[in-house]
Design a protein around this ligand. Structure first.
Ligand code: ZN
Length: 156
């Protein structure tokens, strides 16, 4: 399932990408362009903008209207509509939160001098974005996301 998250919901886009979902997001895109891209690429639109949702429905684009402010509740709204399971976070499935590209495992020996020594010392698994070359490891942001996902799971 592919998504297109509208400009107001950047946090959702980031989280969906880390969970491994292909998720387009631009902080400055106009509605017509967003609709056209979603239609061409068969993406489900996620938005808080009722107008945009209505326009999407008119041209048969799948969409999910987000009415809640709270992030957990927003993910529950997505789950309700898609029946997607949000599994535990793993660096192996995560996409780059910055650019939506896939990431690949990278050896420690290949990134010496590219990231702080402290991080090299305490972590063994590293991934590199296939698009922007950003290097990731299972640090605190992954732990926070794992907590977030377990909150979604137990919020049935
Ligand atoms: Zn990237």
């Amino acid at each position: 399932m592919l998504f297109f998250v509208d400009a107001m919901l950047g946090n959702i886009a980031k989280k969906l990408r880390l969970l491994g979902f292909d998720c387009e997001y631009f902080s400055d895109i106009d509605d017509s362009e967003l609709l056209e891209k979603s239609k061409n690429e068969n993406r489900t639109i996620i938005s808080k903008d009722q107008n945009l949702i209505k326009r999407a429905e008119k041209i048969n684009i799948q969409s999910i209207y987000i009415s809640k402010e709270d992030e957990i509740k927003q993910f529950l709204e997505i789950r309700e509509k898609t029946h997607l399971e949000f599994n535990d976070i793993s660096g192996d499935v995560a996409r780059c939160p910055k650019c939506n590209f896939t990431t690949s495992k990278i050896k420690k020996s290949e990134i010496i001098n590219k990231i702080p020594e402290k991080i090299l010392k305490y972590h063994d698994k590293f991934w590199k974005c296939d698009g922007c070359n950003q290097i990731y490891w299972e640090g605190t942001h992954i732990k926070n996301l794992q907590e977030f996902v377990s909150k979604i799971k137990y919020n049935i």
